[in-house]
Design a protein around this ligand. Sequence first.
Ligand code: GLA
Length: 382
Amino acid sequence: MNKALVSNIKTHFIAKFKGNPLMIFSPGRINIIGEHTDYNDGFVFPAAVDKGIVAAIEKSDSGVSTAYAVDKEETIAFSINDLKPYPQGSWQNYILGVVAEIQNRSKIIGNFNIAFGGDIPSGAGMSSSAALENSVVFGLNEIFNLGLSKEEMILISQKAEHNYVGVKCGIMDQYASMFGIKNNALLLDCRTIKSKPFEINFKDHELLLINTNVKHSLSDSAYNDRRSVCESIAGMLHVKALRDATEFDLETIKESIAHENYQKALYVIQENDRVIKASKAIEAGDLETLGKLIYASHNGLQHQYKVSSEELDFLVEQAKLNGHVLGARMMGGGFGGCTINLIAKSATESFKKVVSEAYKNKFKKDCSIYFVELSDGTGLIA
Ligand code: GLA
């Protein structure tokens, strides 16, 4: 965790509100494989990382609640008894939504002040939004002794995103951020919301993230559209979710659905299968197979599910040109953000140089390259 960030947020809190806040770190996440499978009750393979959101929070007796986004230098004051989504809101709705969803569960909270900031750029596909939601629900649970379990907290975070932000997200991001385990990735079954930790040590290989620094604006509506296509096809197949369908089942309705929707459902069924295969490859230390599955995931996201972008595809093509990158794919919801690359450590420096130059030449802008450590989930900062 970034100590400078922690002290910066604490300093800003005290300068604005005085007092002695509770400090919380809530991580962002990566996802090794399993994209757009979570809202299909399927499998995903995320891990919390050492980058995320730091929040400072304390009760307030001023009769009003205040939230301060330190990085954006924006503040909102609101009444907890009259909540509604913030017009043209961005970060505001993650906070207001969490408060509203806590109240929907008949939990009583009072006024509070919160200041927060982070070290993952929003739009990177690393779930800064889930990290923020989790930091808020975790902090409120602590200061008002709400007695919420972590399972309840992530469902509150997810509902905030559905109802206040308008994105019908799955549970992967909130789960990974809350339940992360240092040095582990989590094979999560999104139906039972139970996971199995896998210690990640790729020895002479490592995971490298490359941020396109692009986020295309259609992403929220495209996300919700994908989800409704999946749900309607599951309905036609008389199963609860696409997780329960096989390729064979899908063939039986192929002629009665649009080809592009057939491809989307096929992608989900195949991606779910890839996650299980990837977990076995990791267990067996078979990085070649893992890499192939990661490339296949990107291929499906690009051509079948159609949530990639020119910039992401370019970065994956660059990876393919380098024999030391075993696998690369877009990560997260898509339409921008990062690629995740499984690369031989010995080749990382030269690959970073080549890919940065190529990206700059092609798009006239910089990509950003990050290394992450796998970290514990949301918690108090000692
Ligand atoms: C976003 C959502 C997640 C998940 C991914 C795609 O990050 O918040 O629930 O659906 O996209 O895998």
